[in-house]
Design a protein around this ligand. Structure first.
Ligand SMILES: *Cc1c(COP(=O)(O)O)cnc(C)c1O
Length: 388
């Protein structure tokens, strides 16, 4: 069994240095800084298996161990934290929900979070878990905590970008005897640290901003408690929701550029939100970094970067489709967080409570002027197309 408890040695360094060096092993002559992926279904285990850190590939892998250490350092610098890597964000969400909840227990979920959560809620309900749901905004989940075993927070929520007070909700949940998990996929640990805000679990997709190149799927769960971590790790082993070594290695490599990516993408998102707010055909622009966004005051208290996602509404479906078709450098695609900008009409999936003209835009790391120019011309084209 590999151990992923790790105490960070770089807490006094700046964030970029910290992210660039996170999880790297002690430098060794003749070895690369980040050892290559270890491909192994099993490891040699002579004699007593307890003497071997790695036995079978579904239980542990040295490439995961390095990335788990790196993520732990970013999630909670300077403190011991355990991280369990998964094959995807949904596997990580499942790891917490299914290891912590049983028949007859209650879970409080957001009703405006990532649409995949609804699929898991259906499974939980089928197994006899009581599912309670309330919106993210206004800390509405607080009203449902009585007798609950777990509170699940997603802030900012995806795709509506509402924010709740994580510390306040966590204190209320703990007072009610509930554990707290925060889905931090949108913010990443460099934008917001749920464990520092009191949560028991920080859960994240690694397929989005965290790795940022839109070329792999990963997920992880971090927590302080070794007991909670052990339960999540056992669920991973039982369900087999394990990442490939190549994905883990690529994910670790990508962390070195997390700070510059996130910084540029957050700046682009804010510039885009400000630009969109000045367009007459655009309504409902949401971005937590926008000074007059309803979530901004609260977001400032718990986020250090506001992320790359901007949401807004165009008058109708046809207008939104013309806008997306007219973009030249922005890919029409789902997901978010990649270095290349993407946008989509969210209602096309049918899972979110959004209008037909609702756009979720993920700002990439392009030059701000180029991104704004492309959006500008696409909005103009879409509006011209509407004229009789
Ligand atoms: C994408 C996403 C997930 C699921 O992650 P995958 O890696 O796609 O499985 C979970 N939560 C949020 C908030 C997401 O955006």
């Amino acid at each position: 069994m590999s151990t992923t408890t790790h105490t960070n040695h770089l807490t006094k360094t700046g964030e970029r240095t910290h992210a660039i060096h996170a999880g790297l092993p002690r430098p060794t002559a003749g070895e690369p800084a980040l050892p290559g992926p270890v491909f192994a279904a099993h490891y040699r285990v002579p004699g007593e298996p307890t003497a071997s850190p790695y036995t079978y590939g579904r239980d542990g892998n040295p490439t995961w161990t390095l990335l788990e250490a790196a993520l732990g350092e970013l999630e909670l610098p300077g403190e011991a934290v355990e991280t369990i890597l998964f094959s995807s964000g949904m596997a990580a969400c499942s790891g917490v929900l299914f290891s912590q909840l049983g028949a007859g227990e209650a879970v409080v979920l957001p009703d405006d979070g990532y649409h995949g959560l609804s699929l898991l809620a259906e499974r939980l309900a089928a197994f006899g878990v009581e599912v309670r749901r309330a919106p993210t905004a206004g800390d509405a989940q607080r009203e449902l905590l009585d007798g609950a075993r777990l509170l699940w927070i997603e802030s900012p929520s995806n795709p509506g970008l509402d924010v709740c007070d994580i510390r306040r909700l966590t204190e209320a949940a703990h007072a009610a005897g509930a554990l707290v998990a925060v889905d931090n996929s949108l913010a990443t640990p460099l934008g917001q640290r749920p464990l520092e805000l009191g949560a028991d679990f920080s859960v994240s997709s690694g397929s989005k901003q965290l790795t940022g190149h839109a070329d792999l799927l990963l997920g992880h769960v971090s927590c302080r408690s070794p007991e909670l971590a052990a339960a999540v790790r056992t669920w991973r082993k039982a369900a087999g929701a394990i990442p490939g070594p190549m994905e883990a290695w690529l994910g670790h490599r990508s962390l070195a550029t997390l700070v510059p990516r996130l910084t540029q993408q957050s700046a682009n998102a804010l510039a885009l939100a400000e630009f969109l707010a000045g367009r007459p055909e655009v309504t409902g622009v949401r971005h937590p970094g926008l000074p007059d966004d309803p979530a901004h005051e609260l977001a400032r208290t718990q986020m250090r970067r506001f992320g790359c996602v901007v949401s807004f509404e165009l008058p109708d479906r046809a207008h939104a489709e013309r806008f997306l078709a007219a973009l030249r450098r922005v890919e029409e695609a789902t997901s978010f967080g990649g270095v290349r900008s993407t946008a989509e009409r969210r209602a096309r999936w049918g899972g979110d409570a959004v209008s037909e003209g609702f756009i979720r835009f993920s700002a990439g790391a392009e030059d701000t002027a180029d991104l704004l120019a492309d959006v500008h011309q696409a909005l103009d084209t879409a509006t011209t197309g509407a004229r009789p």
